[in-house]
Design a protein around this ligand. Sequence first.
Ligand code: CIZ
Length: 311
Amino acid sequence: LDPTIDLYGEIERLRRQRKAVILAHYYQDGEIQDLADFVGDSLDLSRKAAATDAEVIVFCGVRFMGEVAKIVSPGKTVLIPDAEAGCSLEDSCKPEAFRRFRELHPDHLALTYINCSAEVKALSDIIVTSSNAEAILAQLPADQPIVFAPDRHLGAYLAKKSGRKMTLWPGSCIIHEQFSERELVKLRARHPQALVAAHPECPEGILRHADHVGSTRAILDFVLASAAKEFIIATEPHIIHQMQKAAPDKTFIAAVGMDGSCDCARCPFMARNTLEKIYLCLLNDAPRIELPEDLRQAALKPLQRMLDMSV
Ligand code: CIZ
């Protein structure tokens, strides 16, 4: 790529020319969040994808999020900057293995976290995100047996909060798994006024120190509404960009791994997206998300249940 190219100018030109909307997840680099039309979590962004009248959606997140946009908006072109932007949770739950898991629990309802492939969605009953999982669970009969996949930490957190017994798929997120409880305790001792906000994909050892546990959206709402001035954030640290923009008078400290740095918490899949790749995907009309229509329709059913149950 010509190093003198004005990437911001070119992205803007192509965005207008292609009648494109750029959606960015909170875990994207600040520069990508800043040029996006909307920044949000996967629930917000899937609603934006369904509602937009743009002809092209550029989804800056990871692949399964782009798939969700295509599932709910089949008539639109969905571009992703990097086709290799995957997800460790998705990788941990292959469709064939998930099908066998379901067969072992035939009377169970499959509540599945949105961080999974379209194929696994198609084998599920209801999709949830970390924003709506508790509310959706509360709408299900108390005696309904449930399998939850693929994040065992989120599943364990939901089981504990709801008092339900759930059969959990043994997956986890490589970045949330990295936070060190020992380092968190040390960080807290150094910042005794700070409140800890943690994502439920974190292991129990981290969650037990949290003043607030919630999705990215909920963590953002919590730090903005709180009277506290200092926070330790235990999720992918790029979300701090939105916090600092919205509350420049507050201090946000990223939780760390065993090496005392937050490097291990930066999602390597999200980091594959760059301004250059956003420009190139708009220019080349690729990589595109394409799904066979029967798969799309099968995956839409549990996603639609989620959207209906989370209004
Ligand atoms: O649902 C999402 O966007 C993810 C992956 C996390 C969250 O809590 O928002």
